[in-house]
Design a binder for this molecule. Structure first.
Ligand SMILES: [Zn+2]
Length: 224
């Protein structure tokens, strides 16, 4: 149930750190209900009082935010972002197909894809049927990203942000290094990364599509 959403490695981390809050934050009510039906193992206690205090403070802060209305959705605000993305897609496609404004078409479609990435991000994090459809239609249909591949990678990033060895969003070596690697894992190209960072980022969507395609192909073959 959860390995498709948070990577199995992250679930293993849950054996040693308290992660009930992380689980409930990124799963639907249906998934939480299914979890409650599973058999339980011995609970691992928090490693020290400091951690337990942090967890309690987090829960109180979250409850306060819910009480203040931060969890209430604004339909007009959401409609604006959805319509804006699809309007940009339509306008950019119109320019490309029916006019000679090719450069403008590239700019408009590029903006549409960028906005679709973030709108898709938000809805992919969302829960429920409406979020599922909007997330799949924007990030999936417009940008060609696999929601399954993305969720497995990205939800782990939120649960274990910047955890070396667990957070795949920061595992970009040997192309990009966020820290100095061990000697046997170092690469000569690392000293030039400040120069090639932006040009290489231009191929990010290509890389994500390739990984999405690989995931989709593996799923068809029942290997994922
Ligand atoms: Zn996110």
């Amino acid at each position: 149930m959860w390995c498709g959403v948070v990577s199995c490695r992250a679930v293993l981390w849950c054996d040693v750190v308290p992660c009930a809050d992380a689980f409930t934050a990124i799963h639907s009510d249906e998934a939480i209900a299914r979890l409650a039906k599973l058999s339980r193992t011995a609970t691992v206690p928090a490693d020290d009082e400091h951690t337990a205090g942090d967890v309690i403070a987090f829960r109180q802060f979250r409850a306060q935010l819910v009480k203040e209305g931060w969890w209430k959705r604004n339909p007009l605000y959401e409609l604006w972002f959805i319509v804006m993305v699809w309007a940009l897609v339509g306008f950019g496609t119109y320019l490309a197909v029916y006019t000679n404004q090719r450069l403008l078409a590239i700019a408009v479609i590029g903006l549409a894809m960028q906005q679709s990435g973030w709108t898709g991000h938000d809805y992919q994090h969302g829960r429920g049927t409406f979020c599922w459809w909007v997330g799949h239609a924007t990030a999936g249909f417009i940008n060609g990203f696999s929601p399954v591949w993305w969720s497995g990678k990205h939800n782990t990033h939120h649960v274990f942000p910047n955890f070396h060895g667990t957070d795949e969003d920061i595992a970009n070596d040997p192309i990009f290094h966020l820290w100095i690697p061990e000697k046997d894992k170092d690469h000569w190209i690392r000293k030039y990364q400040a120069w090639y960072f932006l040009p290489v980022c231009a191929f990010l969507y290509v890389s994500w599509r390739l990984q999405s395609f690989q995931t989709a192909k593996a799923r068809v073959s029942n290997k994922y």
